[in-house]
Ligand binder design. Structure first.
Ligand code: S3P
Length: 425
């Protein structure tokens, strides 16, 4: 779908509620299915990716009901049954990587498949540690389809070269079914939703900075209200900062520090963000964010903050085009393994809009400059690219045309509707 967009309003104002967190929604389905009893997930995501996870657990024999589009009821005895079909993860890397940890230790075989983009993404990062645990997984070149021959696993003490919540969660989900202790250590702390949820369910889990250990545990059911997704809020944060005279409030945003790197970066760039009504909701920190138009300056983004803002780098690049001076992003080489090669894709498409942006092996360098627009841009089947380009059009002199805009549905089907709610003529 081609979408022609231009800025035909003066400013952004008002408030919107940010929709449900995708990462927590996936984990709610997975952990609720592994628990013994009835779990309730309120404010479940309506993105296609969490729906892929939900469908798979139904195919694994779990009784899951979606009520009123956002409440999920899971009734499980904690056991999964052999699927009669290949399990389709669609576009979702989180589904495939977390599921491989769940399925490797079952007493049945299964096959994980995905769409064209997911079938190109690296699965070695989960296959390697799982094989060290005794898993039997067949693939071509460590890519999907993954044929998993369920078998008994044994614990490991794994030191990961990359900071990845998907790899960490995969190993924890395998480890929660194994006698004796499995330990996972990462170089920097990645998002910790799996750990928080496992702990709340009574799992025997202990955390020491970037190391987490788990042993065989019975899981009690979940009853949670899922907060809004900071990765979805990020597009509105940037829009509010770059459209002159804007003042908006984003309600119900998850502010878990392992996800909130973008807030630190925006503050460092001089952006005016105010956190309102910070509270604890189902074990996660949640707040409302007031965003005001700001004069921005470039900054350096590297090191331990990268995993805490990894999904926000495309939209941070858009922000940096509107900041005075240079913004340098490094240590983000794993961005090349996302739904698209996000370093190449962001640089190529923002350059088409007139940005002064340069690719580096592990990031990019952006120098603030007005954007001309007036061109067609591509989304590379990548939802975050589609939304970043939609926001970039707010500072383009001429309209732009976005090819493949429908990919936003992967994480944020109401994106455009919420946007128009804030536009003021
Ligand atoms: C996710 C972890 C991150 C992130 C992805 C969701 C998760 O991936 O990019 O969108 O829910 O665990 P990595 O663990 O590969 O960094």
């Amino acid at each position: 779908m081609q979408k022609v967009v231009q800025k035909d309003f003066k400013t952004l104002s008002g408030e919107i509620t940010i929709p449900s967190d995708k990462s927590i929604s996936h984990r709610g389905i997975i952990l609720g299915s592994l628990a013994n009893g009835k779990s309730i997930l309120k404010n479940f995501s309506n993105g296609q990716d969490p729906y892929s996870t939900m469908k798979i657990f139904k195919q694994l024999g779990v009784d899951i009901e979606l009520k009123n589009e956002s409440e999920v009821i899971i009734k499980s005895n904690g056991k999964l049954t052999a699927p009669s079909v290949d399990l389709d993860c669609g576009n979702s890397g989180t589904t495939m990587r977390l599921l491989s940890g769940v399925l490797a230790g079952q007493d049945f075989n299964s096959v994980l498949i995905g769409d064209t983009s997911l079938s190109k993404r690296p699965m070695k990062r989960v296959i390697e540690p799982l094989e060290l645990m005794g898993a039997k997984i067949k693939s071509e070149n460590f890519k999907a389809p993954l044929k998993i021959f369920g078998t008994e696993l044994h614990p490991i003490n794994y030191i990961s070269k990359i900071a990845s919540a998907q790899v960490k969660s995969c190993i924890l989900l395998a480890g929660v079914n194994i006698n004796r202790t499995t330990t996972f250590t990462e170089p920097y702390l990645s998002r910790n939703h799996t750990e928080l949820m496992l702990k709340s369910m009574g799992a025997k889990i202990s955390i020491d900075r970037t190391s987490v250990s788990i042993e065989k545990s019975e899981l009690s059911p979940l009853n949670i209200e899922i907060c809004g997704d900071i990765s979805s809020a990020a597009f509105f944060i940037v829009a509010g900062l770059i459209v002159p005279n804007s003042k908006i409030i984003l309600k119900n945003v998850g502010l878990n520090p392992t996800r909130a790197g973008i807030i630190e970066v925006v503050k460092q760039m001089g952006g005016r963000l105010t956190m309102l009504d910070e509270r604890n909701v189902s074990g996660e920190i949640v707040g409302d964010i007031q965003v005001e138009y700001s004069e921005l300056k470039g900054c350096e983004i590297k090191g331990e903050i990268i995993p805490r803002l990894i999904d926000e780098i495309p939209i941070i690049a858009v922000l940096a085009t509107q900041a005075k001076g240079e913004t340098r992003i490094s240590n983000a080489q794993d961005l090349r393994n996302k739904e698209s090669d996000r370093i190449r894709a962001v640089v190529t498409e923002l350059k088409k809009l007139g940005a002064d942006i340069e690719e580096t092996p592990d990031g990019m360098i952006i120098r603030g400059k007005d954007l001309a627009g007036g061109v067609e841009v591509e989304t590379y089947h990548d939802h975050r690219l589609a939304m970043s380009l939609y926001v970039a059009r707010l500072v383009c002199q001429k309209e732009i045309s976005i090819n493949g805009f429908e990919w936003v549905d992967i994480s944020f089907p109401n994106f455009e509707k919420l946007f128009t709610n804030l536009e003021r003529k």
